[in-house]
Design a protein around this ligand. Structure first.
Ligand SMILES: Cc1cc2nc3c(=O)[nH]c(=O)nc-3n(C[C@H](O)[C@H](O)[C@H](O)COP(=O)(O)O)c2cc1C
Length: 190
C-alpha cells in the first residue's frame, strides 16, 4: 500500500509541507509506503476546459501533470494539502486538482482513502473552509474521505502559524495519519 502526500503551497519547506511530512512519517511507521510531492517545483498549467480528457482519459497538456496524475492513480491513499489563501486553497492546489479530471472517467478514486490538511496564519483563518473545498474534490471523484473524532482533528489536519511550534496542529497530523492507516488496512484486508 502507498500513500501520496501532496503539498499545495507555492513555498518550499513551509508550514504546510512540515505537517504533511509529519503525517507521512507517522503513516510510514505503520508499515505503509509514502511519497511526498511538492507542487511548488512542478510545471502545472491550469485546465482550459477543452474536454479532451472526456474522450481520451488523459489531458492533452504536456507538463508535470503527466507524471503526477499517474502517481495519484497508482496510490492507495492521498493526503491533499494547501495553505489558506483568502479562506480557500491556493491557485496552485486548485490547478492541480482540476487537472486530475481525467481520473474521474475511470473512477480512479473509488477505493482511495483520502484526507485533507490545511495551514493558515491565524486560528479560524479558513483552514476548515479550505479543507471543505478539498473534500468537495474528493467527494466528486468518489473517494473515501477520513477525518478523526479526536479533539480538533474532526476534518483532518489543521495548522496555525509556524507549524513547527504548533503542538495542536502536530497532534492533528498524527490523528489523521492513524485514521488513514486504520481505514486503509480495513479496506485492503491487512
Ligand atoms: C495571498 C495569501 C492569502 C492568505 N490568506 C490567508 C487567510 O485567509 N487566512 C489565514 O489564516 N492565512 C492566510 N494567509 C497566510 C498563510 O495561509 C500562512 O502563512 C501559511 O502558513 C502559509 O503556508 P506555507 O508556509 O505552507 O506556504 C495568506 C497568505 C497569502 C500569501
Amino acid at each position: 500500500m502507498k500513500v501520496v502526500g501532496i503539498v499545495g503551497s507555492p513555498r518550499s519547506n513551509g508550514n504546510t509541507e512540515y505537517l504533511v511530512r509529519n503525517t507521512l512519517d507517522e503513516i510510514s511507521k505503520n508499515g505503509i509506503e509514502v511519497e511526498l510531492i511538492t507542487l511548488c517545483d512542478k510545471k502545472i498549467d491550469y485546465c482550459t476546459g477543452c474536454d479532451y480528457c472526456k474522450k481520451n482519459n488523459k489531458c492533452h497538456i504536456d507538463d508535470d501533470m503527466v507524471l503526477l496524475t499517474s502517481k495519484v492513480k497508482e496510490a492507495d491513499g492521498i493526503i491533499m494539502s494547501s495553505p489558506v489563501y483568502f479562506g480557500d486553497m491556493t491557485g496552485l492546489a486548485k490547478s492541480f486538482i482540476d487537472r486530475l479530471r481525467p481520473l474521474r472517467n475511470i473512477h480512479a478514486f473509488k477505493y482511495k482513502v483520502c484526507g485533507a490538511l490545511s495551514c493558515g496564519g491565524f486560528r479560524n483563518g479558513g483552514q476548515e473552509s479550505t479543507i471543505a473545498s478539498i473534500h468537495d474534490f474528493f467527494l466528486i471523484q468518489g473517494a473515501i474521505i477520513v477525518g478523526d473524532d479526536r479533539p480538533t482533528a474532526h476534518y483532518g489536519c489543521t495548522g496555525v502559524g509556524d507549524t513547527k511550534k504548533d503542538t495542536v496542529g502536530y497532534d492533528t497530523s498524527i490523528y489523521l495519519a492513524h485514521r488513514m492507516c486504520d481505514v486503509l488496512k480495513k479496506i485492503n484486508n491487512k
